[in-house]
Design a binder for this molecule. Structure first.
Ligand SMILES: Cc1cc2nc3c(=O)[nH]c(=O)nc-3n(C[C@H](O)[C@H](O)[C@H](O)COP(=O)(O)O)c2cc1C
Length: 371
């Protein structure tokens, strides 16, 4: 008896899973690659809050990955927990040999897809002839895609409209589309624009027409200023050829950005996310790679916002020096915060939910006093 199961190629499966249970075409949603953000810790927090269909790692330098001395320093970026959905590895570099060497390491690490960064605006990356600099060096860009394909993994590219001017996309994107990539992700801005101007949604239809013409098999994913799943669905409805929607900074404003049935969330739920992040930070710090506590502080704002005294609590947490100190402050202050939320009627996101929170907190308090 054969027990073989048919497994779809990676991206076909992503598309099929996103489509499941829907009659009309559904885009897949991805968590954008973000340096110093989308590591195994934060990806698992996002998975709990509201999971996207796919995740990307932080970008990882291909030359470091294959360098005998540097390879350990980048390992943490590519670490994936056992109970975590395998993300797509995003790598960057300006040397095709290094890209080939790095991409070939990925399958043995469990990766099923590789993404090449051709959009990073950072001056150091550009100096290395990588990131958005590849927009200005199309031959090298072609060689880099070919090099990544030596891994046998499906190759995708994340890029911008152009280096200097938006209109460059008319020449640049066809170059990548002709390389038969699995997915082309377009951050709808130029390198010059950084993230300072609104994303150019007005070019979506032109990009889709190019894809239909040049590489109908390539999936098009758009990125830039899309804050929530609902906004992504609206865009996909307005531009039916779109295959994927990538969300980056939206997650900082709303950790539940990907949830399928948006609802109000309680303070307790957000505190739970913060606690999960603290626990995973300790786990990764102890078992995978040293993590800097100071970098954790930037996340406090994601979870502690929108309720009375949120900023006072954040301020206290900014003065901590370890995850245990954070836990101590939370244990000391949260009952007061719940009281303040109740007294002020200055309620976190949703009145009913916050009242329920408050009732639970009061019950806990009563229980502890009668113990
Ligand atoms: C903190 C931060 C780190 C980023 N790191 C990466 C990265 O490693 N690779 C990459 O391709 N883009 C990176 N980006 C760009 C995002 O992936 C995304 O293209 C950009 O933020 C625009 O999308 P958004 O408006 O949804 O945030 C980063 C952005 C931010 C804010």
């Amino acid at each position: 008896m054969s027990n073989s199961t048919t497994t779809l190629p990676f991206w076909d499966e992503v598309v099929a899973n996103a489509q499941m249970g829907h009659d009309q075409k559904q885009p897949f949603f991805s968590m954008a690659p973000m340096e110093a953000v989308t590591d195994t810790i934060f990806r698992r927090v996002v998975a709990k809050a509201g999971a996207p269909d796919v995740y990307y790692t932080e970008f990882t330098n291909a030359s470091s990955m294959i360098h005998p001395k540097a390879k350990f320093s980048v390992q943490g970026r590519l670490a994936v927990a056992e109970n975590e959905q395998q993300p797509i590895a995003q790598i960057w570099g300006g040397r095709p040999d290094d890209i080939a060497g790095a991409a070939k390491l990925l399958p043995s690490m469990g990766y099923q897809a590789v993404d090449i960064n051709m959009g990073c605006p950072d001056a150091t990356v550009i100096k290395n002839g990588a990131g958005s600099d590849l927009i200005r060096h199309e031959d090298l860009a072609r060689q880099i895609v070919a090099a990544a394909k030596q891994s046998g993994l499906p190759v995708s590219v994340k890029t911008r409209l152009g280096f200097y001017k938006t209109e460059e996309f008319r020449e640049w994107l066809p170059i990548i589309l002709r390389q038969n990539v699995a997915v082309l992700t377009v951050h709808l801005r130029t390198r010059q624009e950084m993230s300072k101007v609104p994303a150019h949604f007005e070019f979506i239809d032109d990009i889709l027409a190019m894809r239909d013409d040049i590489a109908p098999q390539t999936l098009i994913q758009i990125n830039g200023d899309i804050k929530t799943r609902q906004q992504g669905l609206d865009l996909a409805k307005a531009h039916p050829g779109l295959d994927g929607i990538m969300i980056g900074r939206g997650i900082f404003e709303n950790p539940y950005a990907f949830e399928k049935s948006p609802r109000q969330h309680t303070l307790t739920e957000s505190i739970d996310l913060l606690n999960l992040q603290l626990d995973l930070f300790d786990e990764v710090n102890a078992t995978v790679t040293p993590k800097h506590f100071e970098a954790l502080k930037r996340y406090f704002k994601i979870y502690l916002r929108g309720f009375a005294h949120a900023s006072a609590l954040r301020q206290m947490l900014m003065e901590t020096h370890s995850t245990d100190e954070v836990r101590t402050v939370l244990a000391r202050e949260l009952a007061k915060v719940y009281d303040a939320v109740a007294n002020d009627k200055h309620i976190y996101r949703d009145n009913a939910a916050a009242s329920a929170d408050m009732a639970a907190a009061t019950a806990r308090k009563v229980a502890s006093e009668t113990d």
